[in-house]
Design a protein around this ligand. Structure first.
Ligand SMILES: *[C@@H]1O[C@H](CO)[C@@H](O)[C@H](O)[C@H]1NC(C)=O
Ligand SMILES: *[C@@H]1O[C@H](CO)[C@@H](O)[C@H](O)[C@H]1NC(C)=O
Length: 438
């Protein structure tokens, strides 16, 4: 405690002043929308604030009381409506001179300058605390393999003010030139996007958003272990002003196969689009010959393109459908009569029945429980490895894999759009185009 002794020459009157300093953070605080933040404010030296008046207000807003503590009470009614229910002092800390304010569920509009004013019977002092509210941390999206086998990564952040700097860095922290930068501004602030194309596997890339002295970073580890599929693991840790999220993406040197359907193999009830990218079950028989390539009992159609080596990948949109079979088949499969789909019979397929029953036709059937209903199914084949994997493209999650298979013949994509009951299931299966700007 600092005491100040005042002495007046005539009457020798003494009185003492209880002097103190109010202290707070030297730097602006940085937080994100939705988070809780503590605005530090305390008395030095250690003095109880229980009998003092503690007022928090916004310097940049007129008449805006954020919090008021007076005569041992919290004066909730004087608080600005906007802060009601979102602010609190730490009551048990007041006796230690700690008048820090907890601000919950931060909003973008909480950005500003706050004053902490502490008044005793004989003294007062205050400090200001600046609060900066950032936008979203950078989000990395694994977009596509391009035609040269490079993996396209998109990084985006939004809700930043003013415009932040968005950078891609390699594992050594060197700046990487990005393919494109896009900036948009809306009511929430700036949205910035940057894309890069990476060619090497087993390495880490970082996307960083910087604004003044704040920095938030997301890392992505690109791996060639395709068993991980498109699974995306994410975690966030808050270390001062740096948030790091790590995502693991699969890096596979594959090309997207340009699959079109072969009308000569399509069952007579199937209707193909002119470009050969769509198939649906029609109401009546098409006028087609019963040639040897054609399925006569099962509603299947094969792709035109055969694959006899390497890796390939294609995607099929299954949106709006309740039943389908998707996969690959070997060339020598029986096309006539009833067919049981299984690897033994030359079919590696996954199916949906009755809108929610997913299974792998692994002979025996393996039922699959999927958290989300895939809208697009990705099929990846590694011919030499004997691997066929199915993915939910949108959630980037793995559905099922047939591994340790042995391929000796050409493989073809196979689709069955299944029965069309009461027009309810008439949506076509659509093979995604290889044009990746789509
Ligand atoms: C302040 O004083 C209180 C009561 O004497 C004590 O419990 C507390 O630990 C002190 N705090 C500091 C930071 O010294
Ligand atoms: C004040 O109290 C809060 C909540 O317990 C704590 O986080 C903060 O560190 C305290 N400040 C000081 C200066 O002791």
């Amino acid at each position: 405690m600092n005491w100040c002794l005042f002495m007046f020459n005539s009457n020798m009157v003494f009185f003492v002043l209880e002097m103190y300093n109010v202290v707070g953070p030297a730097e602006p605080l940085f937080t994100f929308p939705g988070e809780d933040v503590i605005l530090p404010c305390s008395i030095k030296p250690n003095t109880s604030a229980v009998n003092m008046r503690v007022e928090w207000f916004r310097l940049d807003l007129q008449d805006s009381t954020v919090y008021l503590y007076e005569n041992g009470e919290n004066k909730i009614m004087t608080q600005d409506q906007y802060f009601r229910g979102r602010t609190a002092l730490f009551q048990e800390e007041l006796q230690n001179g700690n008048a820090s304010l907890k601000l919950s569920s931060v909003q973008v509009s909480d950005e500003g300058v706050y004053k902490c004013f502490i008044e005793s019977n004989s003294w007062y002092d205050d400090i200001t605390v600046s609060v900066d509210v950032g936008g979203t941390p950078p989000l990395i999206i694994v977009e596509e393999f391009d035609h040269s086998g490079g993996l396209r990564l998109l990084c985006e952040c939004e809700g930043w003010n003013p415009k932040p700097e968005l950078q891609w860095l390699d594992s050594k922290g060197e700046n990487l030139a990005s393919d494109t930068e896009e900036t948009h501004k809306d009511a929430k602030g700036y949205k910035v996007k940057r894309r890069i194309t990476v060619h090497d596997s087993e390495t880490k890339y970082q996307c960083r958003v910087k604004l003044r002295h704040h920095m938030v970073q997301t890392d992505i580890i690109v791996s060639s272990k395709y068993e991980l599929g498109f699974s995306f693991s994410n975690f966030q840790g808050n270390v001062m002003h740096i948030i790091t999220a790590v995502a693991v993406a699969t890096f596979v040197y594959i090309r997207r196969a340009d699959v079109t359907l072969d009308p000569d193999t399509a069952h007579k009830y199937l209707i193909l689009s002119e470009d050969g990218k769509q198939v649906r079950r029609g109401e009546k028989k098409q006028n087609v010959p019963d040639n040897p390539e054609r399925f006569d009992k099962c509603g299947n159609v094969l792709g035109k393109q055969e694959f006899s080596s390497g890796r390939f990948y294609f995607e099929v949109q299954v949106k709006g459908k309740t039943d389908w079979d998707i996969g690959v088949a070997r060339k020598s499969i029986t096309r006539k009569g009833k067919i049981i789909l299984s690897p033994q019979n030359g079919y590696w397929t996954v199916r949906l029945r009755n809108g929610n029953q997913y299974s792998a036709c692994a002979g025996p059937t393996v039922s699959l429980s999927l958290k989300v209903k895939p809208q697009k199914v990705g099929v990846f084949v590694d011919y030499e490895e004997g691997l066929i994997s199915f993915y939910d493209v949108e959630s980037r999650s793995h559905i099922y894999s047939f591994s340790d298979q042995w391929f000796t013949e050409d493989l073809y994509p196979i689709l069955n759009p299944c029965t069309n009951i009461k027009n309810k299931y008439s949506a076509p299966l659509i093979i995604s185009s290889v044009n990746f700007n789509e």
